[in-house]
Design a protein. Structure first.
Length: 163
């Protein structure tokens, strides 16, 4: 069957924007307010002849009222269970947060491939903002702009190489 690729990360890092970009349509709802996606979303995507099922894990959270780090951790645990590859999305504009560190601690324990992806990098001259993310212990962050589609082809190349 098709491999499952889960996008995880705290609210507002751009999970739904990346999901929409990779499946090639606007299915997930992108919202300035965190936590607006109401359910886990599954959609098939294809790159270089490889088909996989992409999951936007932003839902089931109702994070506006709840404990965001706890709900993010639950989604990450679910993703580790069901996914074959995890895309861990962080926000290069916001910088490293303690929730990112909590997520990274969970992901370092899985034997499944994890790709660390730094979103909202529109200016590739200013990649100095990425050095903090090396501290997460998950390798070199892959800079992308999900909104602009910058470097998402490189991300997909890396992804299919570990499928
Ligand atoms: P989610 O909560 O992780 O699903 O995040 P969303 O996809 O809903 O995006 C949250 C906010 O970040 C929205 O205002 C998006 O327009 C914005 N955003 C997403 N991707 C990018 C990007 O690549 N660059 C910039 N500058 N903003 C982005
Ligand atoms: Mg979302």
């Amino acid at each position: 069957s098709k491999p499952i690729v889960a996008i995880v990360g705290r609210p507002n890092v751009g999970k739904s924007t990346l999901f929409n970009r990779l499946v090639g349509s606007r299915i997930a709802i992108v919202e300035d307010k965190p936590g607006i996606t109401r359910d886990r979303l599954y959609q098939d995507a294809e790159w270089a002849g490889r088909v996989f099922t992409l999951v936007d894990t932003g839902g089931l959270d109702f994070v506006e009222s709840g404990d965001i780090p706890r709900q993010v951790r639950r989604q990450v645990e679910l993703a580790i269970e069901e996914a074959d590859v995890v895309l861990f999305l962080v926000d290069a504009r916001a910088g490293l947060t303690s929730t990112d560190e909590d997520v990274a601690a969970l992901l370092r324990r899985t034997s499944k491939p994890v790709l660390l992806v730094a979103n909202k990098v529109e200016n590739f001259q200013r990649t100095g903002q990425l050095v903090d993310f090396f501290r997460l212990g998950l390798g070199e962050p892959i800079p992308i702009s999900a909104a602009q589609g910058m470097n998402t082809g490189d991300l997909l190349d890396r992804l299919v190489s570990v499928l």
